[in-house]
Write a protein of this length. Structure first.
Length: 293
């Protein structure tokens, strides 16, 4: 019985890691270029909505995944215009997009699905069930995406330029690096990965879009970036940690421990990390807008 609980807890942790680690790695790439993407929450929600809408329209969840990627990129493109092109405050712009999508998606849901609260059931991705584990195309990404991000940032010329732009944009600019183009590219990558996280929620977990489906995962992803010290593999483990806190809710349902304690646990972890209680970690950028003289 105890082994079954451990197995179920591990399976739930893996499931909850996917929608955290994907936007977290996307946010990492954006932050390494000097753009703090507080709008990850909006991009996850947009990805879930777009993925569900396209999956329902085409009957193909894999085309729905493509729709989720495009949806996340669209929101990221709009976000980048305000933060990269016009040099807006990244925190305020990101929060503005989060609030905007919180109002826009119910409106679009009413027009597209004829129901404000979400969509009807949509075709979901195929899964292979092994004991307590359900494996789809998404679960391997929790390891593959951080490893690819490590290679991209530390083993390629593109990654070297991204890190240079984030740390010293003026020096990078006078050295001939296309600062603005790289910043745009990194924000768009973050939008695509956040949208992919939304696709997982809509097309693998719920098989529908519902209001509030992102449920704070974007902010948890930001906390995972900080706890992981802006390093892809460490961020993967930080995402596992937060996912474990979520999974505790499932494993201990009906136990003598109050459910509210487990509901609070992930957010207490986020507060501890973002509030600076955990570690004295120095970010890789000042996150200030770069204005060319």
């Amino acid at each position: 019985m105890e082994f079954g609980i451990i197995l179920g807890l591990l399976a739930a942790t893996i499931r909850m890691t996917v929608p955290i680690v994907l936007p977290a790695i996307g946010g990492l790439i954006s932050e390494r270029s000097g753009i703090l993407n507080i709008g990850l929450e909006a991009m996850i929600a947009a990805g879930a909505f777009g993925g569900a809408a396209i999956s329902l329209a085409t009957g193909n969840p894999y085309i729905g995944i493509l729709g989720a990627l495009v949806s996340g990129i669209i929101i990221a493109a709009a976000f980048s215009i305000f933060t990269v092109r016009f040099g807006g405050n990244q925190v305020i712009v990101g929060l503005g997009f989060n609030f905007m999508l919180a109002g826009l998606l119910p409106f679009l849901s009413t027009r597209i699905f004829s129901y404000r609260g979400g969509s009807p059931g949509v075709p979901g991705v195929a899964t292979v069930k092994m004991s307590s584990f359900k494996i789809s195309v998404f679960e391997p990404l929790i390891i593959l995406v951080p490893l690819l991000a490590y290679v991209l940032l530390y083993k390629t010329d593109f990654g070297y330029k991204v890190r240079a732009v984030g740390r010293e944009p003026f020096v990078a600019d006078v050295s001939g690096i296309r600062v603005f183009r790289l910043k745009y590219a990194c924000v768009l990558i973050s939008g695509a990965l956040a949208g992919l996280g939304g696709a997982y929620l809509a097309l693998s977990v719920a098989n529908r879009y519902t209001m509030g489906i992102s449920a704070g995962k974007g902010f948890v992803a930001i906390a995972a970036i900080r706890l992981g010290n802006w390093k892809p593999v460490k961020i993967m483990w930080a995402s596992f940690f937060f996912a474990f806190l979520y999974a505790l809710q499932i494993a201990f349902q009906g136990s003598w421990i109050p459910t509210e304690f487990f509901l609070m646990a992930p957010y207490l972890g986020v507060i501890a990390v973002l509030g600076g209680i955990v570690g004295g970690i120095s970010p890789p950028s000042e996150f200030e807008p770069y204005i060319r003289d």
